[in-house]
Design a protein around this ligand. Structure first.
Ligand SMILES: [Zn+2]
Length: 58
């Protein structure tokens, strides 16, 4: 029986936390390289981090 979360999306392997990229808007999963810094991760990649958030604070 497949497990599903509230959105009906099957959880990724290991139920990794997911987040929406502030630049490209796609959701991305936790990666080991972010283990120490997950609370501050807002972008899915270095490219997006350089591009910055789509709606920067005023
Ligand atoms: Zn991105």
């Amino acid at each position: 029986m497949a497990r599903r979360n509230a959105n009906g999306i099957q959880p990724a392997k290991g139920d990794l936390p997911r987040r929406i990229c502030a630049a490209c808007g796609l959701d991305f999963a936790w990666r080991r390289k972010w283990a120490r810094d997950w609370a501050n991760v807002r972008f899915c990649s270095d490219r997006c981090r350089r591009a910055g958030a789509r709606t920067p604070p005023a």
